[in-house]
Ligand binder design. Sequence first.
Ligand SMILES: [Zn+2]
Length: 124
Amino acid sequence: MTETSTATRDRELAAIRLQVEGERARLEIELAHLKGEQAGGSGSEAPFHEHPTDHAGEMEEHERLLAIRENLEQMLTQCQDALDRLDRGDYGICRSCGKDIDIERLKALPYATKCIPCKEQRRD
Ligand SMILES: [Zn+2]
């Protein structure tokens, strides 16, 4: 193949976008399920800390679901952030040094915002 590395990178980025879009759709479905589960649970949307401690088991379950939900929402935010950067055209550019992040790194970790050298040096 004799194409330029830029063309190759563009195609790789398009593949990553599809991957991230798929991930976002999956996370949205999971979150919708989780919210349904929580709503169906106690039938109450009151914050868990308002419940007395005699509902310990219920609280643990609630906290567990809340932790999963927060984790999913965080991942969803990362997906959305990556897609926003793809739209703006600054995706795959290191936030620390401004150089292109290695495409193999992006394929393994689509939400990476720093190149490996910067990540390892923890430069901000
Ligand atoms: Zn860097």
